[in-house]
Design a protein around this ligand. Structure first.
Ligand SMILES: *Cc1c(COP(=O)(O)O)cnc(C)c1O
Length: 219
């Protein structure tokens, strides 16, 4: 854990975007203990629900063991599919930290319709469970297609898969764009780069697999 006297915030997304990697309880505890207590430890848990479904730790009891300040952010944009209504929440180690965040947040940032949507989403636990199970199933199916195509998918605990490709990832992304499949490609030192594929319905898994196969054949 490298910090110096100028470090103010250590920012940790888990599960991580764009790799989908999830920290274990032991790894979280290393940060909880070793980030100096004059540094804010900020946990970005945008994909928390997927991490839990994949067997990840319940994180709040671990965060609470920290002596120094921490803040964790969660969103209704991902597991609850409510990105269009802009609602999320944070949990702070103290009212001082919560107050500091409140002061730099825009006024009325969450409207009444968004709040009603968030509450309805939290109460629809059966729907959420089904959705998380569906994502995990399609993620497994996509991973095995990708392996068959000679790609190297990373183990993901989120609603997307990052995959190292046997040819330049940005060329593949451009080819898929022509089939109306929009993927993010990113640079990865010493490799051909990687694609980040978001999980959708079963038809989307099939479509991306077929399009990728064709694109790889024409490269
Ligand atoms: C989506 C996402 C967020 C939060 O998204 P909002 O839609 O603004 O709530 C935060 N961090 C990461 C890594 C994300 O992928």
């Amino acid at each position: 854990m490298e910090t110096n006297t100028k470090t103010r915030i250590v920012f940790v997304p888990t599960p991580h975007n764009p790799t989908g990697a999830l920290l274990s309880a032991d790894e979280i505890m290393i940060l909880v203990r070793e980030v100096p207590s004059n540094v804010l430890l900020l946990w970005d848990e945008a994909y928390y629900e997927f991490g839990r479904h994949a067997g990840g730790p319940e994180t709040l009891p671990l965060f609470k063991l920290r002596k120094g300040p921490w803040f964790c952010t969660r969103t209704f944009s991902k597991a609850y599919g409510l990105a269009g209504i802009r609602v999320g929440y944070g949990i702070a180690s103290s009212s001082d930290i919560a107050g500091a965040i409140r002061r730099c947040r825009p006024n009325y940032s969450v409207n009444a319709v968004a709040l009603a949507g968030a509450v309805a989403a939290l109460n629809a636990s059966e729907h959420s469970e089904n959705l998380l199970a569906h994502i995990a199933r399609e993620r497994d199916r996509l991973v095995s297609f990708l392996e068959q195509l000679g790609c190297q998918p990373l183990k993901s605990c989120a609603n997307f898969v990052a995959v190292k490709t046997p040819v330049a990832a940005d060329h593949l992304a451009a080819a898929l764009e022509r089939s109306n499949i929009h993927l993010m490609s990113f640079h990865w030192e010493g490799t051909n780069g990687a694609l980040r594929i978001t999980i959708g319905d079963a038809g989307a898994t099939d479509a991306v697999s077929v399009a990728l196969k064709l694109a790889l054949q024409s490269c």
